[in-house]
Structures are given as structure tokens and as C-alpha cells.
Design a protein around this ligand. Sequence first.
Ligand SMILES: Nc1ncnc2c1ncn2[C@@H]1O[C@H](COP(=O)(O)OP(=O)(O)OP(=O)(O)O)[C@@H](O)[C@H]1O
Ligand SMILES: [Mg+2]
Length: 586
Amino acid sequence: MIKTLIGSVRQYKARAILTPLIMVGESAMEILIPWVMTYLIGVIENAGESGLTSADFAMIARYGGIMFLMACVSLTCGVLGGRFASQASAGFAANLREDMYERIQTYSFANIDRFSASSLITRMTTDVTNVQTAFQMCIRILVRAPILFLFASIMSFVIAPQIAWIFLIGAVILAVVVALLMQKVQPNFRQMFKKYDKLNSVAQENLTGIRVVKAYVLENEEIEKYRQATQAVYDYSVRAEKILVVVTPLAQAVIYATTLVLLAVGGVQIIRNGLQVSDLTGLLSYCTQIFSGIMTVTMVLNFIAMSRPAMERIAEVLREESTIKNPADPVFEVTDGSVDFEGVSFSYSGREDNCVLHDIDLHIRSGETIGVIGGTGSSKSTLVSLIPRLYDVTEGRVKVGGRDVREYDLESLRNAVAMVLQKNVLFSGSIAENLRWGKEDATQEELENAARLACADEFIRQLPGQYDYDLGQGGVNVSGGQKQRLCIARALLKNPKVLILDDSTSAVDMKTDAKIRSALREHAPEVTKIIIAQRVASVQDADRILVLDGGRVTAFGGHEQLLRESEIYRTIYETQNGGNCNGAAE
Ligand SMILES: Nc1ncnc2c1ncn2[C@@H]1O[C@H](COP(=O)(O)OP(=O)(O)OP(=O)(O)O)[C@@H](O)[C@H]1O
Ligand SMILES: [Mg+2]
């Protein structure tokens, strides 16, 4: 996991390595300054009754100067280390986000099904921020604090071996106390992060579905839902903080107790065994450094442990392999628009016991218009999603232009098979920009042609700015039917060999729907058209109609033939035409 994440440090590697080195420089100065100070106090102490001589003054000035220089070096190292650490960690976070985003773009529909959108957003925001802080702490503190601890301990034993063991006992007690408290805090923080996830998912769901919320007057329920989510975060963070507030006073109690013992024992040693006062003061300053080192290390370790789940969640995104990959030796040319299903079964989970498509055998000729009809959940969308390889079959194979779709270069296949998804979206930007998703370098004339075929040109012309009309995010400022027509135009711009319309005219009035179909028939006769519809009227003039029921093909043929042979088709037709099918069948 660490290896996966560290890969994203990249250009910030030098700074990430330099930071701990510079911090070691700062620590060295912090260790040496009390040592020089001890020496200086020793000079003053030893001057005795006679007072300081001019040589002493010169010495004090020299050592004072050295101390000043050391303080300057320490300060510079601190500032530099801090700057490098924040640059490295912020850069690492930016790289992580970019890498995750790039990875997510390679995901297939099946990969996206595995992670929810809100979880991906939390992973890219909150989780990355946590990892960024942990990383910064790691490079700044995790190397510096143990070094400080080690050197300070050595120095204490060098200057006052008789009493240095006292603070060692204090240090062990402090480490145990802080570690125990941290262990109690951990589960609360872990829960708190989980609740953050929930908080984000509630907010995300509400904000993306805000129109539905308003339409159903569910604002208060949503506010309550959000309140509960924030309350849960609050509860766990308060529980954690309750324990954390004890840490500092307790640690201070241990520190002061140790200092007291040191002073008491040290005082006796000064009187009886001639321990120098300067040694005792030196020891006391090392003692403070050691204790603060222990506290920061425990805190940092704790934070790192806490952000472990965040690291795992990020690594999961980065490691997720797309279930759909380009073949090793791909075919770039789709020769024609024929589509064949050979013994196809499909299940979203990949397990054969919950297949939603069973044993499909279909042969569609290039240029044919095929209607697909069936109840909701009969797997119409699933069936067509296999053609541009949005999902891979579980069994059997799907062919386009006589070749298995898995042999094609994905981009070439998806350019040849244009699909207007049932749940389609437009993006922020102008109409022209949105249409150009179909063909990047399309000329204005091409845009207008496609729009005309999709019966979108007429309403675009009424809009202020026409093709430059700015669509709100997701196309909020056009009607449902207008949006569908723009989506069809966008697909047509691809100049596809196979065009799939998944319920793409459901919000378009019957007359315009018929107009679109006749325009397609007339102007794109060579394109294979697969039209999924709820209305029989939308498919009855197709060359052949496929009737799906429970993931199986129950009938496939012309309108008249189906009225005679397929009970399901006849029932749908009768329901939609007031129970009279005789006239149409004749
Ligand atoms: N992403 C998915 N993950 C798991 N199961 C899914 C997924 N999408 C659809 N299904 C399941 O597959 C079955 C067929 O769904 P599908 O969307 O193909 O039906 P449909 O005929 O297009 O329905 P509708 O007319 O409502 O659009 C349903 O039982 C559905 O629950
Ligand atoms: Mg569907």
C-alpha cells in the first residue's frame, strides 16, 4: 500500500528526502545549544568569589557568539525544513489526486459500479488531505524526534551520569501513559472518519438530487438526515477530544514530577558529591527536549495510524484494474455495422447464478433498423451496453462488423458504435462544445446537420446565442426532450456505423419522435440503428423488433409478424392502443 502511494511523490522526492536531513541539522543545533550553555554557566559558576576575569568575559562573548550562530542555523533549518515539508506534502497530495483522477478515467462501468461516486469524492478530498498531513508529519517529525531523543539522552549521560537515569524512568512512564491514552482515542477517530464518509455521501446525494428533494418537499427530512450525520461526526470527535485533553496535563504532571525528583536528587548531589549546577541545568533542558520528543512522536504515530484507512482507500482506487482493457494487438477498423450476439449470457457480478441476460443469439445486418421493446428491468439497456463494450459478456461473444468486440481498439469501437445512454448527461459549456464531444473538430455545418437530423436545430435557433448558448451544469436549462435531442445529435456527430438509442426519445413528443426516425432512415441509411423504446409507435416501423422478457429474447421479427406470434408484444401494443390491434394487424 505504502509503495503504491509513495509512487506519487515523483518530482517532490528531493524535497521529501531533504526535509528530514535539514531537520536533523535543526536537532543537532538544539542539542548543542544547551551543551554550550552548560559550559558557559560552568564558567560563571567556577569564577567563584573573585568574580569574572576579562578572559572569562572574552570566553563568554565567544561562546555567546557561537550560540547565536547555532540559533541562526537552527532557525534557518527550521524554516527551510518547514517550507520543503509543506511543498513536498502539498505536491504529493496534488499528484495523488491527479493519479486517482487519471485512474478513475480508465475505469469501466463495472469498476465504477464497485465504488460509489460519493466515496470516490471523499477519497479524493478528505482522505488525501489526511494522508497529506500524515506525510508532512512523517518527514518533518518522525526522523527529527527520535534523533533528538537519542542525542539528548546521550548528552544527559555525558554531563550528569549520576542522575540521568531519573529522567529515563520518567520518560518510560510518560511514553506508556501517552501510548495508553492514544490507544483509547484511536477507535473514536476511526469511527469519526467513517462518519465523515457518510456525511459526504448524504451531502452529495442531496446536492445532485436537489430538484427531486424540492419536488417532494423533503427539505426538512434531508436537513434532519444531514444533522444526524454531522452529529455522529461531532459525537466521535468530542469523545476523542475528551481523552486528548487529558494527555497534556497528565504528561505535564509526569514532566514536573520528574523535574522535581531531578532537582531534589540533583540538589543533594551538588551538596554532597560536587555535581555542578550547570550540569543540572543542562540536564533539565535535555529532559524537556526528550519529553516533548516523546509526546510528538506518539501523537504523530497516532495520526499516522489514524490515517491508515485513508491510505488504504486511496491505494484501492489507484490499484483498481479496469475490467475492460485494450487487447494486445487491437483492430482499429470496424468494417460495417453488423451486430451479432452468439450464445451471450451476462451477469453484473460476473457470477453465473444471477444472470440478467440468458443465451442470446441475434444477427443484425448492417444498416438494419432494430426496435427493442420489453418491460422495465427486462435487460434492454444491459443488452445494448455489450455492443460498445461498456461491459464484457460473461459467456458467449458479441461481434460488430464480424469481429469479436474484444478484438477492437476500445476507442475505435466506441467511435463506431455511438450510444445515447438512457441516463444521459450534458456538461457545462455551450451547446456547440457539448456537441463536439461527438467530434472534436466538427465544423459549424456538421453541427447543424447533426442537430437537424436529431430535430434539435429548430429549438437551438430559438435560443439566445444559438449554438453558443451556455448550458448549465448537466444541461439544467434545457427541457428533458431538448436534452435528449442534443444527446442524439452529439452521437450522430461521431458518424457511427451503429447507433443505439436507449429510450432516447421518451421525453420527445410523438410527432418529433417520428420525424427523428424518418430523418435517420433517410439520411443515415447505412447506419445500423438499434432503438429501445417504451412506445410501440417508436419501433413499429423498424425492420425487425426484438421483444425481451426477463433477459431472454422471446420474439424477433416485423411488427405484423409479432402481432400474430408474440403475446407479450400484442399485449403491449393493445395496452398502448386502447385494446384494438386488429386494424393495425390487417
Ligand atoms: N449496474 C448494475 N449493477 C447491477 N445490476 C444492474 C445494474 N444495472 C442494471 N442491473 C440489473 O439488471 C437488470 C436489467 O436492467 P436493465 O437496466 O438492463 O433493464 P431495462 O430493460 O433497461 O429497464 P428499463 O426499461 O427500466 O430501462 C435489472 O434487474 C437491474 O436490476
Ligand atoms: Mg433501460
